[in-house]
Each structure stands twice: as structure tokens, then as C-alpha cells.
Design a protein around this ligand. Structure first.
Ligand code: KIV
Length: 263
């Protein structure tokens, strides 16, 4: 069984080996991911994967706390990030109130907030109040409506320079790690090179300090579409459907339960 990583152990992976991060929303899957992942992210993507909503925007603090507790119960030796949902860090005071709820009501190790230089003051306020923060820059799913869609970043020189400034600003504010999403690979690599904390990518190429994927995407449970950056390591949806179909057939034919399943 692996030992839970500390914040400083996570930072020290920079330049040594890539970090492995995966989302988790419940105790059962978290316990299965624990042995291979360095970090479990209770992402607000659970609003889509778990709750079936079209985007992350309606996720609530209570929902995040519920799922974070479940993940922490299932994977006691994992470093766990609780995502702060949309609207829960609009001022530094509101951010601190909500982040304190995460620390009081769950054993999560840190929170994650979306945004770059514009959120540096909030990150600084949290970290100076003993809340560990993971940043999230690039494509920001919580900005879906204000940006008019999910937009890959780093396509222009101006955007690329801004991403570097964003990463440096939140590093200076005390973030120990930064997720970078939906960014041209060479730009994400330049961002990773511009800071001393690990930069973990999703749809950001192979030159960063680690990778994160949404578990339902990488295990093939989500059938509607597969984003370009996702590799499916399992055909989960087909396996589950086949198994449940077999169960249904056996129930109907009375092949199940057999003697060995009977008291
Ligand atoms: O909510 C989430 O799962 C995330 C990942 C996409 C990084 O923030």
C-alpha cells in the first residue's frame, strides 16, 4: 500500500517524475484508484459525470463536500483535492469561508480554484490562512458561458504570455501545484518551465509535470463523445452493459441464482 503524499513531496516531483492525478467522486472508485494515482481530484466535473448536468456551473458546495468525504473515506492514503465550485470564491472573504468548510467538514488536503492572475489575491488570502491551494489555468470550464464555449488557449502570443503570467502570479500567491487545461502543448510546456511548482496538464500535451484525466472519460464510461485529449484505457460502458444484459437474461431464464448463491 502506498503512503499518502505530502504537499512538499508533491512539489519535489517537479523535474523528477510526472505526477499522476485522476478525478474521483465516490468511495468505491477512489479505493480502486488509490494504489496508482498520486492525487485524487474531486472535480466539479462530477456535476456532469455523476449528476448528468450539461456543465459544471450548478455544482454546489454541499455537493462537493459530500463527494469529497466519500472519496476520503474510500482512499485514506490519497492526497485529495476538493474543487471549489462556481460562485464560491467570488471575493477573498467568501472564498475563505467556503474553503474553511472544506477543511472543517472533510479531510481533503487542499482546494482548487479556477483562474490566473485575476485570482492571485484570493489564492494569497487562502494560503495565508492555512488553506493549501491548487490553481487551474487555461481552459476554465466554469467560464463556459462568459467565454461562449470551451476554448483551447495558447493560440496567440498574447494568450501564451498571459498564461505564463497567470501561472507565475498564482505560484507567487502560494499555490503548490497548478492544473493547466486545454492549452497548446508547446505553450503548456513553456508555462511549466516558467514556474517552480508542478504543472499538471489535461489536454495540454506531454511537456508538463503530470497528467490528470476525468475517470469516466479514461475508463470509457462516458459514451456521448470522447475529447481529443482523452485516451480510453477501458471500454467501461460496453463492459457494464454486457454484464448487466447477461444478469438480466439469467434472471429471466432462472439461471441465476444457483445453489451456490442460495442460503
Ligand atoms: O472538475 C474537474 O474534473 C477538473 C479537471 C478537468 C481538471 O477540474
Amino acid at each position: 500500500m502506498r503512503k499518502k503524499m505530502t504537499l512538499s513531496a508533491i512539489k519535489k516531483t517537479k523535474g523528477v517524475r510526472p505526477l499522476v492525478m485522476i478525478t474521483a467522486y465516490d468511495a468505491l472508485f477512489a479505493s480502486l484508484f488509490e494504489q496508482s494515482a498520486d492525487i485524487l481530484l474531486v472535480g466539479d466535473s462530477l456535476n456532469m459525470s455523476f449528476a448528468g448536468k450539461p456543465d459544471t456551473l450548478s455544482a454546489t458546495m454541499d455537493q462537493m463536500l459530500y463527494h469529497t468525504n466519500a472519496v476520503c473515506i474510500g482512499a485514506k492514503e490519497s492526497f485529495v483535492i476538493c474543487d471549489m465550485p462556481f460562485g464560491t470564491y467570488i471575493t477573498k472573504e467568501i472564498a475563505l469561508q467556503n474553503a474553511i468548510r472544506v477543511f472543517r467538514e472533510t479531510p481533503a488536503d487542499c482546494v482548487k480554484i479556477e483562474g490566473g492572475a485575476d485570482k492571485a489575491e484570493i489564492v494569497q488570502y487562502l494560503t495565508s490562512n492555512a488553506i493549501a491551494v491548487c490553481g487551474h489555468i487555461g481552459l476554465l470550464p466554469q467560464s463556459l458561458r462568459s467565454e461562449g464555449g470551451y476554448k483551447v488557449k495558447g493560440k496567440t502570443e498574447e494568450e501564451s504570455q498571459q498564461l505564463i503570467k497567470d501561472a507565475q502570479a498564482i505560484e507567487a500567491a502560494g499555490a503548490f501545484c497548478i492544473v493547466i487545461e486545454g492549452v497548446k502543448a508547446e505553450v503548456a510546456t513553456a508555462v511549466a518551465e516558467a514556474v517552480n511548482v508542478p504543472v499538471v496538464g489535461i489536454g495540454a500535451g506531454n511537456g508538463v509535470d503530470g497528467q490528470v484525466l476525468v475517470f469516466s472519460d479514461m475508463l470509457g464510461f462516458f459514451e456521448a463523445f470522447t475529447p481529443k485529449f482523452v485516451k480510453k484505457y477501458l471500454d467501461g460502458a460496453s463492459l457494464v452493459k454486457e454484464a448487466v444484459e447477461k444478469y438480466a437474461d439469467e434472471v429471466k431464464s432462472r439461471e441465476f441464482p444457483q445453489e451456490i448463491h442460495t442460503y
